[in-house]
Design a protein around this ligand. Structure first.
Ligand SMILES: O=P(O)(O)OC[C@H]1O[C@H](OP(=O)(O)OP(=O)(O)O)[C@H](O)[C@@H]1O
Ligand SMILES: O=C(O)c1cc(=O)[nH]c(=O)[nH]1
Ligand SMILES: [Mg+2]
Length: 193
């Protein structure tokens, strides 16, 4: 799948939003990739996950035991990637503010994990999820996402394969361009403010 094919899937799903968004990190942006809209069509989700699986290095595909995804955004794409890789799928969630494995999910010591996100902006959520997996005994060998909008800045501490990289600017709240400052902000994600 080319970048144009991937963008066409996002456009067809009406997932390329414009406005004034408060991101998980607190940064602001005029653009938001709403992956939930992309993933609401299971056939589209499967196409994108299959394309992403093909981009992941063959040695990683051969070694990985489990895909772990941070809820909420990572859930569906993590499950679809696990299906494409033929491995198990788990998720971490943060009911008390910090990611943890719940619901009877457990990792055997040294089990190899691929961390799957929907979007990487600063990489903070991925790093927090990786820390939770490591605390649970897993060995995170790779990270992946549908979208990397970090403009090359995110360091996840492990090799990282996004399906697509998009150059999308983000701003700190006290340095908004005038066109953003002029419109009210919305916060689509679920991280507590
Ligand atoms: O790289 P980062 O700066 O951490 O931003 C990306 C994260 O933000 C979004 O999640 P969010 O915290 O909004 O919650 P959600 O997944 O529950 O919607 C997205 O799903 C990633 O997890
Ligand atoms: O940084 C985020 O919170 C974020 C950005 C984006 O474009 N899409 C998304 O789901 N989250
Ligand atoms: Mg998330």
């Amino acid at each position: 799948m080319t970048d144009d094919d991937i963008l066409a899937e996002f456009r067809a799903a009406e997932a390329l939003l414009e406005g004034h968004f408060i991101l998980s990190s607190g940064l602001r942006s005029s653009r938001y990739l709403q992956c939930a809209r992309v993933l609401m069509d299971p056939a589209r989700a499967a196409r994108l996950a299959t394309a992403l699986a093909a981009k992941i290095p063959a040695d990683v595909r051969a070694r990985v035991d489990v895909v772990v995804a941070p809820a909420m955004g990572g859930l569906i794409c993590g499950h679809e990637l696990a299906r494409a890789l033929g491995v198990l799928s788990m998720f971490v969630e943060r009911p008390t503010g910090t990611f943890e494995l719940r619901r009877g999910f457990r990792l055997e010591p040294g089990q190899t994990v691929l961390l799957m996100e929907d979007v990487v902006t600063t990489g903070l959520s991925s790093r927090e999820a990786i820390a939770a997996v490591q605390a649970a005994g897993g060995a995170v060998i790779h990270a992946a996402s549908l979208v990397d909008r970090s403009n090359g800045t995110a360091d996840l501490g492990v090799p990282f394969t996004p399906l697509i990289r998009l150059d999308v600017p983000s701003y700190s709240a006290d340095a908004l361009p005038p066109e953003l400052a002029a419109i009210p902000a919305v916060k689509p994600g679920s991280r507590a403010a």
